[in-house]
Design a protein around this ligand. Structure first.
Ligand SMILES: Cc1cc2nc3c(=O)[nH]c(=O)nc-3n(C[C@H](O)[C@H](O)[C@H](O)COP(=O)(O)O)c2cc1C
Length: 189
């Protein structure tokens, strides 16, 4: 039986080798506390053999992620003409792993993560100048704030749409995880 997680990894590797900038990105959709849909681009990280997202708990997405037991994740790998739609449960990355990985972040994202302690991510500021000034005042550190978060994704459903078919009929398959095994269904594209 095809393992769609391995398939996804192989497609991302091919896309990365072909210089596809989306190979390391995804769109994560969630539901706001008032039930509205929300989406944003996040880096899709490989953590050992698992997929992970890193973000700051001060951001609105942090509350939104808790509104349901799964996230909806979209990838389009243009270089290989393949779309993936994932439904994934999630568990927190060990805070020690988050803290180690956080040290490798570039300076500006590190400073921003500390700024969020007093000004939450996605909140408004009086002006861009005020923002730049506030960032300037943040001391340089490699100690992660307690709001640095990582989620390991545990996909329960993976849909792959392969546009690259010589006869023009897209190859669409859905994989559902049942009893530790993946079950495949061919879908009408
Ligand atoms: C290419 C790209 C990569 C991004 N990667 C991340 C990321 O890994 N983590 C993150 O929190 N935001 C990332 N962002 C910013 C998010 O899209 C978003 O603007 C931000 O997280 C605030 O979202 P929120 O208001 O829904 O919390 C990225 C944006 C782009 C365009």
């Amino acid at each position: 039986m095809t393992d769609p997680v391995r398939l996804l990894k192989a497609d991302r590797d091919s896309a990365r080798n072909a210089g596809d900038p989306w190979a390391d990105l995804c769109v994560v959709a969630s539901i706001s506390p008032s039930g509205e849909p929300r989406s944003r681009v996040l880096v899709l990280r490989d953590l050992d053999d698992q997929l992970a997202l890193f973000f700051n708990a001060s951001s609105p997405k942090s509350e939104e992620f808790k509104q349901s037991e799964s996230l909806s994740i979209l990838l389009y790998l243009h270089a290989v003409k393949v779309q993936y739609r994932l439904t994934a449960a999630f568990t927190e990355v060990d805070p020690n792993v988050v803290a180690e990985s956080w040290k490798l972040r570039p300076l500006v994202p590190r400073k921003l993560d500390w700024l969020y302690a007093t000004r939450p991510q996605s909140s408004s500021v009086p002006s861009r100048e005020a923002l730049l000034d506030a960032i300037d005042r943040i001391p340089e550190t490699t100690t992660a704030p307690s709001t640095a978060r990582g989620y390991i994704l545990v996909p329960t459903e993976i849909e792959r749409l392969d546009l690259d078919q010589p006869n023009g009929i897209h190859d669409r398959r859905r994989y559902k995880r049942l009893d530790d095994d993946w079950h495949e269904a061919v879908l009408i594209p």
